[in-house]
Design a binder for this molecule. Structure first.
Ligand code: NAP
Ligand code: ZN
Length: 369
């Protein structure tokens, strides 16, 4: 056996965890730049709880509510300039993967790397200084609260690009399921499917690790009943919401060690060019991916399906279609998206490694007109 494992985030879980553990915020700094999307953080109570906790600890803060879905490199540079103007010495993000990932980039850029080019930002693994970061996930899917990745929309390359550095692991992650209670069904479903994709891909990745695989199976065991309940049109109570948030965090730890694979590589074009939600993009491709891998790795696929409580790939495909619907592509799009995906680093993390033709087949089988 041979592997390494590193996950430095302090994870605080439970209703009221922001107020209960506010003392940890003092270790971050004295001037917090608070990043959110436009509406949800104010509506779900997380913003009020965090502001009260910062006030209690005597930490000054400034609120930036301009983070849109799939944040771009241009947007994070704007936010970083505002954080520097404020003199921020730490960053706090409340929201889904978009505010959390934007905050990771701002933590790098506002710390003194503002002049760094996009190319360096997206390829360098160590920076001179990165501001410490705390996050409060309010969707249950990306797992960004425990990963060293920020996924940013790259309009030059027309895809999503990764900032990867151990320095952007959040120092603190507060997981309070109450903030996710009013998450609309469409976003709940797409984000839960994203978590499922992380667990499945992380389990199967070339860079999979034994602890990551244990977390992946536990995550799928917890996600399975919630996905089936959502597919049957049921609403989730607080316990169900907490389960999704926990399972998503576990799956985040999985990919923090292993990275993702061909599903994410192909999914980025569906999001960039077709505006398909990130989680849905992964979900529509999952059945074709598992069918592609089955001849080489039948036992592992069967282990994953049974952890999810699914009899076979067809039944999983049916559940996913009920949950997130379909995406249709024309032959030209299938060609182009396979051409973009084959260049992604996650392709080399897929075993057996697909050729461009295999990606075309997976995209074609998933997104038939
Ligand atoms: P998101 O883009 O962060 O948020 C989607 C929508 O959900 C927004 O309109 C947001 O509204 C709303 N929302 C968030 N929390 C809510 C709540 N509690 N109640 C009601 N509405 C709420 O979606 P996401 O799926 O969480 O994140 C997707 C991003 O994460 C993508 O860019 C993806 O590439 C990235 N990602 C990152 C990692 C990683 O390891 N770093 C892994 C997977 C995916 P507001 O705008 O008003 O807040
Ligand atoms: Zn994802």
């Amino acid at each position: 056996m041979k592997f390494t494992y590193y996950m430095p985030t302090r994870v605080l879980v439970g209703a009221g965890c922001v107020a209960e553990h506010s003392q940890y915020l003092c270790s971050l700094g004295q001037r917090a730049f608070l990043m959110t999307g436009k509406y949800s953080a104010a509506a779900n109570g997380s913003l009020a709880d965090m502001c009260a906790a910062l006030d209690k600890e005597g930490i000054r803060w400034q609120h930036w509510n301009q983070v849109g879905p799939n944040p771009t490199l241009e947007e994070v540079r704007l936010a970083a300039a505002a954080a520097r103007d404020f003199g921020a010495d730490c960053i706090i993000a409340l929201g889904g993967g978009s505010p959390m990932d934007a905050a990771k980039a701002v933590a790098v850029l506002a710390a003194g790397e503002v002049a760094v080019s996009d190319e360096v930002l997206l390829s360098q693994r160590r920076f001179v200084k990165v501001l410490p970061l705390a996050v409060v996930p309010t969707t249950a899917g990306t797992g960004s609260e425990v990963t060293p990745y920020a996924i940013l929309t790259n309009n030059t390359l027309k895809t999503k690009s990764f900032l990867t550095s151990e320095q952007v692991y959040p120092k603190l992650a507060f997981l309070d399921g109450r903030y996710t209670l009013d998450l609309p069904l469409k976003i709940t479903a797409a984000t839960a499917v994203d978590a499922m994709s992380h667990a499945i891909e992380g389990y199967l990745a070339v860079r999979a690790t034994p602890p990551g695989q244990s977390f992946a199976l536990e995550s799928l065991r917890l996600l399975g009943p919630q996905l089936s309940a959502l597919a049957a049109g049921q609403t989730l109570d607080l316990a169900g919401r907490e389960t999704l948030l926990y399972a998503s965090m576990l799956a985040g730890i999985v990919i923090s060690q292993s990275g993702t694979t061909a599903v994410h590589a192909m999914g980025y074009s569906l999001t960039y060019f077709k505006e398909v939600d990130h989680g849905k993009a992964n979900g529509v491709l999952m059945a074709a991916y598992l069918r592609y891998l089955t001849p080489a790795r039948p036992q592992e696929i069967s282990t994953l399906l049974s952890a999810l409580g699914q009899a076979n790939i067809d039944s999983l495909a049916l559940t996913l279609e009920k949950l997130i619907g379909r995406v249709q592509l024309n032959p030209d799009e299938i060609d182009r998206f396979a051409g973009i995906a084959i260049q992604a680093a996650n392709i080399q993390n897929t075993r057996p490694q697909p050729a461009q033709e295999d990606l075309k087949t997976m995209l074609g089988n998933s997104c038939k007109k």
